[in-house]
Design a protein around this ligand. Structure first.
Ligand SMILES: Cc1ncc(COP(=O)(O)O)c(C=O)c1O
Length: 389
C-alpha cells in the first residue's frame, strides 16, 4: 500500500462524494449514483485558496459584467510571470490574448493566423480536436502513433511526408493528452526543423503544461529559437486549477504581426471569455505556485498507486508512462474486450473514457482520470478488474 506523506500535498484536499457531486456537475452529475466517475478531465479536489478568495472578492464587488476587452493587462502580466517562473520562458505580457477556452483559441488561431491548407493531427488525440480541422474548413491528416510502440513519439518522417504533400499546420499538444507524454527539447526542435523546412505552422495546445510530473520541465514551443514567426500557443489555468467552467484561456504569440492579427479580429469571433475566469486565472498564475506544487506531488502519488494496483489486479494491462497530466492511457487488449469502457460501466459501474473516442477504430483502450483520492484510485482498479477479468 502506498503511504501518502502528510506534506507537501496537504494543501490539496479531497472532496467527499457529496461535495464532488455538488461541485462537478459534469464529471459526477452525468453518471448514475452508483457509478464511480473517472472520465472527463476534472479533479476531485477542493479549489485552491487564492482562487476561492479572488472569486469571492470579485462577486462581492459585483464584478459580473463584461471583461475588459484588452490584450495583455493584469492577465497578461500574471501569465508572463508564471511562464517565467515555471518554464523559464520570457513572454511579452502584451502578446497574451484572452479567449473563452483552449479549443476556441485553437480555432481562432487556425482561422485568423494560419493560411488555408490541411492540418496534421497526432492521433490518438483529445476527442474535440478530431473535429477541429473540419470545422475550420481544413482537411485532417492523421499522424498515427502505433499503439504497440514502446514510447509514444511523433513520427518525424511521417510529419515530413505530410508537409511535403501539402499540409500547412501541425496541431501540437504538449504535454500530450492522452499519451501523457512530455516532449523533450530535442523532440520539439526536431519538429520545428521539419515545420520550418516546409514553411509550415504550429498551433501548440499547452493546456497541460503546468501538470508535468516528477520535476520534468515543460518546454514551451514558443521558447524555441526560430518559432516566433510560425506558431501560436494556447494556454490556460483551467486544467491545472480545475476552473474550466469559468471560461478563460489565453493565446500567446511571440511575433508582433501574429499578435496583431489575433487582437484585431472581429469581436464576434472572440468576445466570450468571462470576467470571473480572468480573476481566477490571475489568482492561479500569480498566487497558485504552492498549491500547484502540492497538486503535482499528489498526482504523481496517485499515478504510482494506480500503477501498483493495476500490476496486481490486471497484470496484463499496459499503461503508458504518465509523465504529465492525471489521465492514464491504458491498453487492455490482452483482456479481450473491444470496448472495455462500456464493460467497465455495465459491469463495474465505473465510467472511464473509451480509447476509440481518441483514436477512431482503436479497440481495447481506455483513458482513466486519476485526479481523485487514494481510496477512489484503489476502487477504480477494483471495478475495472471486476469488469474485465
Ligand atoms: C489537450 C486538450 N486541449 C483542450 C482541452 C479542453 O480545454 P477547453 O475546455 O479550454 O477547451 C483539453 C481538456 O481536457 C485537453 O486535454
Amino acid at each position: 500500500m502506498t503511504v501518502l506523506p502528510e506534506a507537501p500535498d496537504a494543501l490539496v484536499r479531497d472532496l467527499t462524494d457529496e461535495e464532488a457531486r455538488a461541485a462537478l456537475v459534469c464529471k459526477w452529475g452525468l453518471v448514475a449514483p452508483d457509478v464511480l466517475p473517472a472520465w472527463v478531465a476534472e479533479m476531485d479536489y477542493a479549489l485552491a485558496e487564492p482562487i476561492v478568495g479572488a472569486l469571492q472578492r470579485a462577486v462581492a464587488q459585483g464584478r459580473t459584467g463584461y471583461p475588459a476587452f484588452v490584450e495583455g493587462g493584469p492577465l497578461g502580466e500574471a501569465y508572463a510571470g508564471f511562464a517565467q517562473r515555471r518554464f523559464g520562458h520570457a513572454v511579452d505580457p502584451e502578446r497574451v490574448i484572452a479567449t473563452v477556452d483552449v479549443t476556441a483559441g485553437v480555432r481562432l488561431a487556425l482561422d485568423v493566423v494560419v493560411p488555408p491548407g490541411p492540418l496534421v493531427l497526432p492521433v490518438p488525440a483529445y476527442r474535440p480536436q478530431l473535429a477541429l480541422a473540419g470545422i475550420c474548413g481544413r482537411e485532417r491528416r492523421d499522424l498515427l502513433v502505433d499503439p504497440a510502440a514502446e514510447r509514444a513519439e511523433l513520427d518525424l518522417d511521417a510529419l515530413e511526408a505530410h508537409f511535403a504533400a501539402g499540409a500547412r499546420v501541425l496541431l501540437l499538444t504538449q504535454p500530450h493528452n492522452p499519451w501523457g507524454r512530455v516532449f523533450t527539447r530535442a523532440e520539439l526542435e526536431a519538429v520545428r526543423d521539419v515545420v520550418t523546412r516546409h514553411g509550415g505552422w504550429v498551433v501548440s495546445d499547452e493546456i497541460h503544461a503546468p501538470l508535468t510530473l516528477d520535476g520534468r520541465p515543460h518546454v514551451p514551443y514558443l521558447s524555441l529559437e526560430g518559432t516566433a514567426e510560425h506558431a501560436v500557443a494556447v494556454v490556460a489555468a483551467s486544467k491545472a486549477f480545475n476552473v474550466a467552467g469559468l471560461r478563460c484561456a489565453q493565446l500567446v504569440a511571440a511575433d508582433a504581426g501574429i499578435a496583431e492579427r489575433l487582437v484585431r479580429t472581429e469581436m464576434a469571433r472572440n468576445d466570450s471569455w468571462s470576467v470571473l475566469g480572468v480573476e481566477a486565472s490571475i489568482a492561479a498564475y500569480a498566487e497558485g505556485d504552492a498549491w500547484l506544487d502540492a497538486l503535482r506531488h499528489r498526482l504523481a502519488a496517485m499515478r504510482d498507486l494506480f500503477v501498483a494496483e493495476l500490476a496486481r489486479e490486471l497484470p496484463q494491462a499496459r499503461m503508458r508512462p504518465l509523465e504529465a497530466t492525471y489521465l492514464a492511457w491504458v491498453d487492455l487488449r490482452a483482456y479481450g474486450h473491444d470496448d472495455p469502457a462500456a464493460r467497465a460501466l455495465d459491469v463495474g459501474r465505473l465510467r472511464v473514457n473509451a480509447g476509440h473516442d481518441f483514436h477512431p477504430g482503436l479497440a481495447g483502450h481506455v483513458r482513466v482520470n486519476l485526479a481523485t483520492s487514494a481510496e477512489r484510485v484503489r476502487e477504480i482498479v477494483r471495478r475495472l478488474a471486476l469488469a474485465l477479468r
